[in-house]
Design a protein around this ligand. Structure first.
Ligand code: ADP
Ligand code: MG
Ligand code: MG
Length: 585
């Protein structure tokens, strides 16, 4: 290994280990995150004179990670009843994503039942001055829920939705008076201050750069680290001149806008978009574990075992389900576009070919990669979500067999021949496939989209994933392969332990010197219309990933002080100037 590569890797691994920890942050990190006075952060009237939108519970508390934390903190600090409502919600959420069977789930159910029973208990005790936390729940709701839960805790698999009614009513309660009170306090003002920081411009000084990880069509992808928080990301560059030369402006903007819309643990997220003098930059979830192509052919030739295939297939299905529910067609499934993270979870990456379907209307266009394109694309017909389920079929087949269904690895074969096989040939199943795996692939690789698994849901074509999730491959145990049913809720919450964990000391990328250099682009000049387009691209932080970064790296916790060390308030509690003196002691 060349010395240059060793140095690049060492520096990168060191940064990775510091990622998100104190030592990963710049010494002056607090300078990057200084709050202005809250009065400077209150949203102003829009340019057209319209008043700013009213703060909305669903947005602030349910969509914004920092909003949720501050709301909970407000409840805890100001009102025991509100606080218990939050605790109830948190416990129910934990319950719903816990193991489908198992003791911890039954214990959680008992704890929640105890919380709900406090209403009845109180009738018996005498010293009641304050209201019981769940006074807004009728006796009927409580008793029905408790008796369902009681019988469920004796089941082997207590259902996940037994607390949904009191959960819904608690939410309705919190939305009203507690939220109205919240927006008058310093907790909400702090939220506005974070939103102000979030909206600041982003440029190259926001990041430290590390080694190249791969080569894209318009520029390199390298590792980077946010100076303020220490969090590591991947930085995908789209060189302006290269984009212009290939007339790929719309395509690039499309990739950015789609990435920005999706927020799924199974799809790479966009955290920042900004520009430099020469390039447009997408800052993405860093996937350290390499891609499935690398694992399949360099580390596990001959295919993965079925447990591992089931795990990847299930996470990919969840990623696609999320995209489809957002009416986004992915169109580029293949092993090299599925990346592993530090723990071995996978995400779908490279949304360069994704498109949004308006009103689920089928579209046309021969795009994708030869050998992975569905027959209807090859035949240049109109198509919808089914092409992605075909892609999942190819992927599962390839993970089990160790080669793609319609093309040998490194086979010298014309595009036309591969496309003929896709249209006409029946793929062959070796003894590596279990019965369930074979029926799943058969179903997904049906040549006629109308008969394909995942395409038969009348009325809700964007949710074909449910049909795939219900297949025996994911829901039955098999002693021969060691396959177990997928605990879906737990998997959706990212709590299933992956079957394979990448080595934290390894770099799953080509040597820096083996990654081809780009040639310089000639004969292109950038002008004013280009600048206008860059403006649409250069939107800075993406809300949810950025807030999650602030929380994960403890920037949020460290800056979440409202008082000076001597006990004085950092600023007034309410705009009318009333100090919250009583909180000082
Ligand atoms: P393009 O759309 O131009 O093909 P990709 O998004 O596929 O670009 O990225 C090119 C290469 O960069 C990938 O093959 C992979 O090696 C690397 N890469 C891309 N995204 C990431 C990421 N999020 N984490 C780590 N490596 C990545
Ligand atoms: Mg790519
Ligand atoms: Mg691409």
């Amino acid at each position: 290994m060349e010395i240059e590569n060793i140095v690049a890797n060492t520096v990168y691994i060191k940064a990775r280990e510091s990622g998100g920890q104190k030592k990963g942050k710049s010494k002056k990190w607090k300078n990057y995150l200084q709050f202005p006075h809250y009065t400077e952060c209150i949203p102003q009237k829009k340019e057209n004179g319209e008043p700013p939108p009213e703060p909305d519970y669903a947005f602030v508390v349910e969509k914004q990670p920092i909003g949720k934390l501050l709301f909970h903190e407000f409840c805890q600090a100001t009102n025991p009843q509100y606080h218990q409502c939050c605790q109830f919600q948190t416990k129910v959420e934990e319950y719903e994503t816990s193991d489908d069977d198992g003791q911890s789930r039954r214990d959680l159910a008992s704890a929640i039942v105890a919380l709900l029973s406090s209403k009845n208990d109180q009738d018996l005790s005498s010293s009641i001055d304050e209201e019981v936390w769940c006074a807004f729940l009728s006796d009927e709701v409580i008793s029905t829920c408790i008796s369902t839960a009681d019988s469920a805790t004796h089941d082997s698999e207590p259902r996940s939705d037994i607390f949904s009614e009191p959960y819904r009513l608690t939410r309705e309660y919190l939305k009203q008076k507690p939220f109205a009170e919240f927006i008058q306090t310093m907790y909400f003002h702090r939220f506005l201050q974070w939103k102000w920081l979030e909206k600041r411009p982003v440029d190259k000084h926001t990041f430290r750069l590390y080694r190249v990880l791969g080569k894209g069509g318009f520029g390199e992808v390298c590792a980077c680290q946010v100076r303020a928080s220490g969090k590591m990301y991947a930085l995908k560059k789209l060189e302006k001149k290269r984009v212009k030369k290939r007339h790929a402006e719309t395509l690039s903007l499309n990739e950015k806008q789609i990435l920005q819309k999706v927020n799924s643990p199974f799809v790479v997220s966009l955290a920042y978009a900004y520009e430099t003098k020469d390039a447009l930059c997408l800052v993405l979830t860093l996937m350290n574990g390499g891609d499935l192509k690398f694992h399949l052919y360099n580390l596990m030739p001959g295919g993965f075992d079925e447990k591992r295939v089931q795990f990847y297939a299930a996470e990919i299905t969840l990623g696609l389900q999320h995209l489809h529910l957002e009416h986004i067609l992915y169109r580029d499934l293949k092993p090299e576009n599925i990346l592993l993270d530090d723990f071995g979870h996978v995400r779908i990456s490279d949304l360069g070919l994704a498109v949004e379907l308006k009103d689920n209307e089928p579209i046309k266009g021969r795009v994708g990669t030869v050998g992975y394109m569905a027959p209807e694309i090859v035949k240049n017909e109109r198509y919808t979500y089914g092409v992605d389920w075909w892609g999942v079929g190819c992927l599962i087949y390839e993970m089990i067999e160790g080669k793609a269904p319609f093309r040998q690895r490194k086979e010298k074969v014309k595009r036309e021949e591969v496309e003929r096989r896709v249209r006409e040939d029946q793929e062959k199943y070796s003894e590596k496939f279990s019965e369930a795996a074979r029926t799943l692939c058969r179903g997904l690789l049906h040549k006629e989209p109308g008969f394909r698994l995942g395409c038969r849901r009348v009325g809700k074509p964007e949710d074909g994933a449910e049909e795939i999730r219900a297949h025996p491959f994911f829901n039955t145990a098999d002693t021969a392969t060691g396959r177990e049913p997928v605990p879906w809720k737990k998997m959706e919450a990212g709590k299933v332990t992956p079957p394979f964990c990448p080595d934290p000391r390894a770099v799953y990328a080509k040597d820096v010197l083996d990654i081809e250099q780009f040639s310089t682009v000639k004969g292109v000049r950038l002008d004013a219309t280009d600048t206008q387009f860059y403006g649409k691209f250069n939107t800075g932080c993406v809300s949810i990933p950025w807030q999650s970064e602030m929380i994960e790296t403890e920037c949020f916790a460290e800056l979440n002080t409202f008082y000076e060390e001597d006990g004085s308030l950092v600023w007034n509690l309410r705009p009318d100037g009333i100090n919250m003196e009583e909180r000082r002691n």
